[in-house]
Structures are given as C-alpha cells and as structure tokens.
Design a protein around this ligand. Structure first.
Ligand SMILES: NC(=O)c1ccc[n+]([C@@H]2O[C@H](COP(=O)([O-])OP(=O)(O)OC[C@H]3O[C@@H](n4cnc5c(N)ncnc54)[C@H](O)[C@@H]3O)[C@@H](O)[C@H]2O)c1
Length: 389
C-alpha cells in the first residue's frame, strides 16, 4: 500500500489526544495522514478542545464523526486507532475489520473475553493487520533487557507498583450520563476499568511476557477490597492486589499493586532473577552476575559483579516517545507490508489480557489457580467470559 497511511482515531479522550499528538508528529514526517476523528460526544471533537491538549493540531482535511460506522463507511481511513474505555466496545472493531480497515486497539481491548475473541476472529477473517497498545515494548531500555535475556532462563520477575487513588485522571467519557462515576474518574471504578490490574497492571503483565519472551500459563490472585464506606469518595476498585503468574517455561511473575487514597505516593520496585543473576532497574538497568570461574577464591564486591545491561537514565517507558514509536511501527508495518515491524498483534496480546481478566476471577474464587488455556476454552469459566446482559 502506498503511504502515508490514512488514519482515523476513535475516542478523543485522554489517551486518544496523546495519539492525536503523536500522529500529528508522524503526519509531519509523512508517515500518516490524520484523516478522521470519531467520538460520540461532539464537544470532544471540537478543534478548540483538541488544541488545549495538542497545540500543533490542525483540522485541515480532518473529517469528524460522532458514529464509528459512518467513519468507516466514509472510506476515508485505511486504519483506525481504537481508544475507548474497555467496557464501551459494541462491535466497532469487528465492523471496521470487516470493511478491510487495519486495527490499532488500545489495551484492554474489552473487559470480556468473548468480546475479545470475536474481535480477533473478525481481524483474522478480514486478514487486516493489527496491534495492541503496549507501547512499553518499544522502549529502548526494556528492549535491551529482553535482548539480554534472550539466551537465559528467567526464574522470576517481580514488579511492585505503589500508586494512589489520586493518580487516576479525570477522563473525557461522559460517564455521568451512562450510570458511571459522576466525577468521570472511571479508572477508579470496577465496572468501567475491570479493576486496576486489568486497566493498568496489564502493562506490567505484558512487559513480563516481552522480557521473558514467554506466555503466561496460569494465574493466582488475591485482592484486598476497599472498605465499602469509602467507595463513593474513592471508587470501588481494590486497595491492594497480589497477582502471581506461572510462565510456560516454569518461571514466575509477581505483581503487587497498591491504591490507597490520600497517600499521593508513587513508587516502584522491579527485579528479574535468572539462573545466575539479579537484574535491577536502577538509573541504569543492571545485572549482578559473576562472570569468571565460580566460586572465586575471594568474594567479589557488588561493583565487581555489576554489569550495565542498558545505560540510563530511563524514565520514559510509558511516555510520548514510545507512543509515537508504536504508532510509527504500525503505520509503516501496514504501508510497507512488513508485519515484522510490529512487536505484537491483537491475537498475540490476548494472553496478556486473558491473564489479567483471569486474575479477577481467581480473586473471586478465593485465590484459585486458573490455567489460562482453560479460562479461554472451558465451559466452567463461560460465565466469566461473557458480557453481562
Ligand atoms: N497505552 C496507554 O498507556 C494508555 C493510557 C491511557 C489510557 N489507555 C487506554 O485507552 C482507552 C481510553 O482511555 P482514556 O483514558 O482515553 O479514556 P477517556 O474517557 O478520557 O476517553 C475515551 C474517549 O472515548 C470516547 N468514547 C466512549 N465510547 C465510545 C464509543 N463507543 N465510540 C467512540 N468513542 C467512544 C469518549 O467520549 C472519550 O472521548 C482505555 O482503554 C484505556 O485503558 C491506554
């Protein structure tokens, strides 16, 4: 296909505006043409509103729609970036794919596995290209960790994410008109976010798969619920999450997420253990690993075993650069017919999404071990896969 790729963005909210910003940059590099925007709320499409977040946006040649179907039927786009809340999908991805439109789906693709499997079938049947919005895969430091681990067996990955309720942003979906939160902070609300593990912890889940180049085989999870009397003010998502993953080659992953209110604290801890080393994400990403004949006659100092895997500083894994890079890879993958430029597909991302959805189910079943393959296929879990009527 001759470039630039004609791109539409569906959902012009917090994340959609970040995509509009990156795509505006990629338009100036002639990688894409920003052809159309869609959002059911006309106020989110107003140029003056978009300019508040994307100062270099210009609307020449950009068509605006309040219906996704009309955007697709207009024939003005080759690919769509879907950036809508995960509980709001109503067949739009299937419709667009069916009309030959390539699909960039923000994570989580939906809160219900049945929906996701249907979206995937439509994408496969149409033979269009697809990717899922795990931009951390495009981060240099994380990619250098993955490359370093390529010939090693990963025994464990531990990620502790200390967040707080105050970290949730005020969103752009008019949730108050749909029986959702009055303050539009839908990420704090279970029915909209599917819990913070689904909405946010899916990034950590996916990056563990990227680092170790392995799929998740099973999950066990336990959450601590936020006391009911706090739900109205702080949202009804759990206050603490402990999630263990078993990986296919026998290693484990552990994610701990905290979401108290009033702490304003943000912190993190990351550690990867392989058979002969401890990788820590310091200013540089480093591996503590003794290289010579082992055991040495004299115990080495930590400095002597410290090896830089990726030179820092690293502070942008989720940021603007990775977002632009994932969009660029997708656009060029499509126009140059090179799927190898993509670091995931919709289908390959299902393991990350199934794992976080299964974490919720495990917690609900008292910490039961859930095998992902059974979660996807067995009748026993059918009611957890289906969207409630
Ligand atoms: N990859 C990342 O780092 C990242 C960061 C933030 C959000 N996200 C994801 O992006 C998605 C959107 O989140 P957000 O923060 O932008 O939320 P938001 O509420 O700010 O924006 C969503 C937008 O979608 C629109 N919308 C709702 N239903 C729609 C529909 N059926 N069709 C078209 N548009 C619709 C809303 O009006 C709103 O403008 C979520 O899945 C979220 O998890 C990803």
């Amino acid at each position: 296909m001759a470039g630039p790729l004609r791109v539409g963005v569906v959902g012009i909210g917090q994340r959609g505006l970040q995509h509009v910003s990156s795509l505006t940059q990629l338009q100036s590099e002639e990688v894409v043409t920003l052809a159309a925007l869609a959002d059911p709320y006309a106020d989110n499409l107003e140029t003056s509103q978009i300019l508040r977040f994307v100062p270099d946006f210009h609307d020449d040649g950009v068509q605006k729609f309040t219906s996704v179907q009309e955007m697709v039927d207009s024939g003005s786009v080759d690919a769509i970036w879907f950036v809508i809340p995960p509980n709001q999908h109503r067949g739009e991805i299937e419709y667009a794919a069916g009309k030959g439109v390539h699909i960039f789906a923000e994570k989580p693709q939906s809160l219900w596995l049945d929906d996701i499997l249907r979206q995937n079938e439509a994408i496969k049947k149409a033979g269009v290209m697809s990717t899922c919005g795990f931009q951390m895969r495009h981060n240099r430091g994380y990619t250098e960790i993955r490359n370093y681990l390529a010939d090693k067996w990963v025994a464990s990955m531990t990620m502790i994410s200390e967040g707080a309720v105050e970290g949730h942003g005020v969103k752009h979906t008019h949730t108050e008109e749909q029986g959702g939160p009055a303050n539009r902070v839908w990420t704090a609300n279970r029915a909209w976010s599917g819990t913070s593990i689904v909405e946010a912890g899916i990034h950590q889940t996916d990056i563990m798969r990227y680092w170790s180049d392995e799929d998740i085989e099973w999950v066990r999870a336990n959450y601590v619920e936020r006391p009911k009397e706090l739900h109205e003010a702080e949202g009804d998502n759990p206050i603490y999450y402990s999630v263990d993953y078993g990986f296919k080659k026998g290693g484990m992953g552990t994610i701990i997420f905290t979401k108290p209110a009033r702490s304003y604290y943000i912190g993190r801890y990351d550690c990867i253990i392989w058979t002969h080393g401890t990788i820590r994400l310091e200013t540089d990403y480093v591996d503590y690993h003794f290289e010579g004949d082992w055991p040495p006659e004299e115990k080495p100092s930590l400095d002597q075993v410290r090896k830089v895997v990726s030179r820092g500083p690293h502070d942008d894994a989720m940021g603007r650069r990775a977002t632009t890079d994932i969009s660029k890879a997708f656009a060029e993958g499509v126009t140059r017919g090179k799927p190898e430029l993509l670091l995931n597909t919709f289908e390959s991302s299902i393991n990350s999404l199934a794992a976080v959805l299964a974490a919720n189910v495990s917690n609900e079943l008292g910490g039961e071990k859930i095998v992902i393959d059974e979660f996807v296929n067995d009748d026993r879990y059918a009611k957890y896969r289906a969207k409630p009527r």
